[in-house]
Design a protein around this ligand. Structure first.
Ligand SMILES: [Zn+2]
Ligand SMILES: [Zn+2]
Length: 85
């Protein structure tokens, strides 16, 4: 299911997703927040329809849509802090 960037995924307890493409601009967003990299990435997703539309968004696009899902209007949720354990 996950394409690339699977390093350390199993040791992290296998979240089921590590990277997704932003539905707006197509950029890869690292759902781990870029842990271990110099650049931190903020990723957002729609809790209502992410399972239907792969509704993941990069920070820039989330800001453009006013943190609202363009598909269903649900408020977007920040994904990345989930892995800060
Ligand atoms: Zn984007
Ligand atoms: Zn949605």
């Amino acid at each position: 299911m996950t394409v690339g960037l699977a390093k350390g995924a199993s040791s992290m307890g296998h979240l089921g997703w590590v990277s997704k493409r932003c539905r707006v601009c197509g950029v890869w967003v690292d759902l781990t927040g870029g842990v271990g990299k110099t650049k931190k990435t903020l990723a957002y997703y729609c809790p209502n329809c992410a399972h239907l539309h792969e509704s993941y968004f990069c920070h820039a696009c989330a800001r453009k849509t006013k943190y609202t899902c363009p598909y269903c209007g649900t408020k977007l949720v920040l994904v990345t802090p989930l892995t800060e354990a």
